[in-house]
Design a binder for this molecule. Structure first.
Ligand code: HEM
Length: 391
């Protein structure tokens, strides 16, 4: 309730007018098909920059999560603020921001005694509120100077939005709302995408057949007689069937939001002979659904992108066996951006480099443990060595 005037992810319900206004702004301006299309060049530039960075690391061990996080965070900061916030060289900044985002998610999902005993609220016995403020302020400081500068320049004139910040100003958001909404977007949009790509690369390195098939598809569709490896065109890769199947299979096997966001029953109802009382907090176990052998044939614990070739099952919220982005009114509004970004970065990795594990380690021995949290990260970061591509 406290956050309802500025939150979308943390909004307590869907009947709140502010949440409706934010969702409309996301649907019509930020993530509309036209907006996603017009943002493509910015994402393509960032992917090409990532490839150039990796070309300087040939033969060296690289943390995939760290490189991807920098690419995703800066892609998003370019869409939001028209500038980079991290850069590929600054691993310290990337690690600091990544751990702040992870900590914020931990704090947001930690059991809070004050929720059960409201009398404790003003003492904040576990220090959760104090630490949340500290993390928020550190994250706000990343964009606050740019917001201040833009607001001074903007002065209420409509000059046509160039980025999300212009859209926020045009919609009359105050600084407090801009800070919080930006925080939610960076939290919802960076760790999820990074996790998905890290898992996809983990699966591809273990499944040489899938990696080769993807490279063949990319080489066939992206070849150019003029330049051997031109920057990758996002609109082409987002239509490639095998790449799409890999993205779906990764999100099925490793859904970045394994329990979605907590929902609340708006009325008492019966589900499979259980009574769910009005007001009950509901967590949907997407991880378990997408590994359920009664729904998924052909060993659901295995990575098999082929299961999606010729299948109509999609993650757009209509097929309940595959819900990595949720379904219904609270479904992820960032899905069109996420799927484009994941495809583009994976295509850039596989098209431009041959990958192996450091020290010639056998991919079959890769540690596949998951670190359970708000997002389902790989417990051990994936380290890979990029080599010049032989094809
Ligand atoms: C692989 C990437 C992503 C995954 C798997 C993912 C997944 C999800 C899920 C499961 C939800 C909750 C849905 C529900 O509980 O019904 C959600 C909500 C949300 N996501 Fe994403 N997301 C991803 C990327 C993004 C991106 C890139 C953005 C924006 C930059 C974003 C913004 C949001 C927002 C704002 C919400 C809250 C919507 C609301 O409560 O009304 N997400 N996402």
């Amino acid at each position: 309730m406290e956050l309802d005037h500025k939150a979308i992810v943390w909004a307590s319900n869907c009947s709140n007018d502010q949440w409706k206004a934010f969702r409309a702004m996301f649907r019509n301006q930020i993530f509309s098909a036209k907006a996603i299309h017009s943002q493509a060049a910015s994402r393509e530039r960032k992917a090409a920059e990532m490839v150039r960075f990796l070309e300087g690391k040939l033969g060296e061990s690289v943390s995939i999560g760290q490189v991807v996080f920098a690419a995703i965070f800066d892609s998003l900061s370019n869409l939001m603020l028209s500038r980079d916030c991290i850069g590929f060289e600054s691993s310290e900044t990337a690690n600091r921001l990544k751990s702040l985002i992870w900590r914020m998610m931990e704090l947001g999902t930690s059991p809070n005694l004050a929720e059960f005993f409201p009398i404790l609220k003003k003492w904040d016995p576990q220090g959760l509120r104090r630490e949340t403020f500290r993390c928020c302020n550190e994250l706000y400081s990343v964009w606050q100077p740019y917001v201040k500068e833009r607001r001074e320049r903007w002065r209420g004139e409509r000059y046509g939005a160039q980025d999300f910040l212009d859209i926020f100003l045009e919609n009359g958001l105050d600084d407090n709302q801009i800070d919080w909404l930006s925080l939610e977007l960076f939290m919802a949009g960076t760790d999820t995408n990074t996790t998905a790509i890290e898992w996809a690369m983990t699966e591809l390195i273990r499944n040489k057949g899938a990696m080769n098939k993807l490279r063949e598809e990319l080489n066939a569709e992206l070849s150019s007689p003029l330049e051997r490896k031109p920057p990758i065109d996002e609109s082409v890769v987002s239509r490639l069937p095998y790449l799409n199947a890999i993205v779906k299979e990764t999100l099925r096997l490793h859904p970045p939001g394994p329990l979605m966001l907590p929902h609340r029953a708006s009325e008492t109802c019966e589900v499979m002979n259980y009574t769910v009382p009005e007001g009950a907090k509901i967590l949907v176990n997407v991880w378990a659904i997408s590994r359920d052998p009664t729904v998924w044939e052909d060993d659901p614990t295995l990575f098999k992108p082929e299961r999606f070739i010729g299948s109509k099952v999609d993650f757009r919220g209509h097929d309940f066996e595959l819900l990595p982005f949720g379904a219904g009114r609270r479904m992820c509004p960032g899905m069109p951006l996420a799927t484009r970004q994941i495809s583009l970065i994976l295509a850039s990795f596989v098209r431009n480099f041959d990958w192996c594990l450091p020290g010639g380690k056998d991919p079959a021995e890769l540690n596949m443990s998951e670190k359970f949290g708000f997002t389902l990260q790989k417990e051990q970061p994936l380290l890979l060595v990029p080599n010049r591509c032989s094809l």
